[in-house]
Design a protein around this ligand. Structure first.
Ligand SMILES: [Zn+2]
Length: 252
């Protein structure tokens, strides 16, 4: 897609070439060799067909974004986040950390009851870069089983690797019917929880990346009140301008 877009530019400037090179480099080894087509496609689960290309956008043009929240559920900040999303009639994706799923079954039920979409974020948030496909598969299956022990019939259409350290996980996730889910926008909410700083980053970066998947965090490893406050401030403002918050694309 990047190459196709570059090719259709009327004038390929040095800056454009450098930009493309950066994007290709950023794709990293996890995606290298996957090619951009002709890869095996899997039937997938109830969520429909998936493939092993990491999705970073909604595949929609214009004033659209997809909000995703990682590392929960978290009794301190997830309830308030769910309230904010409900008030604004926004559905998001929750990338769940298996240990916290086991500890907070009621929050998993509340996320599902709110109409949000689930994403497998591994059992213990390990870096999968060097893991064998077999070990990855066992972890992802254990995580999905922990979720399904609470919400047996809920689809888990996405998988996100902790730290975006994909290793062999995109292929394994696709085989298990889960679309690998990356992101196009971060606000580095692991660096600060200053609500003013995060509000400015969230608004600015969503505007700069229409159609992008937005990475945010609600997990219990640190305070997340600034992230929640930023969402509470920015979402209604953007919605008033016509922005829509939708699901990430289902296939890379
Ligand atoms: Zn994470």
């Amino acid at each position: 897609m990047t190459t196709a877009r570059a090719r259709t530019r009327r004038r390929i400037t040095p800056a454009a070439i450098a930009f493309t090179a950066v994007l290709l480099a950023a794709a990293g080894p996890a995606q290298a060799g996957n090619g951009s087509g002709g890869k095996p496609e899997y039937g997938g689960g109830r969520g429909g067909p998936v493939n092993d290309q990491v999705v970073t956008t909604t595949h929609q043009e214009g004033q659209v974004a997809a909000l995703t929240f990682d590392d929960g559920p978290n009794p301190l900040d997830t309830p308030r986040l769910l309230e904010v999303l409900r008030e604004n009639h926004v559905k998001a994706v929750f990338c769940l950390w298996g240990d916290y799923v086991v500890q907070n079954p009621d929050l998993v039920r509340q996320i599902v009851a709110g109409g949000h979409t689930l994403c497998n974020h591994t059992m213990h948030h390990d870096d999968l870069a060097d893991w064998s496909p077999e070990a990855i598969r066992a972890d992802l299956e254990e995580t999905s089983a922990a979720i399904h022990a609470i919400v047996p019939h809920e689809d888990i259409p996405y998988f996100r690797a902790p730290y975006g350290s994909w290793g062999a996980s995109p292929q394994v996730a696709a085989e298990l019917g889960m679309q690998p889910l990356g992101w196009a926008v971060t606000i580095e909410d692991w660096e600060t929880q200053d609500a003013d700083v995060l509000t400015d980053r969230l608004e600015t970066r969503i505007r700069q990346n229409p159609g992008g998947v937005v990475l945010l965090h609600d997990g219990p490893t640190m305070d997340r009140s600034g992230t929640v406050e930023a969402v509470a401030r920015v979402v209604p403002e953007l919605k008033a301008e016509g922005w829509r918050f939708v699901q990430p694309a289902k296939r890379g």
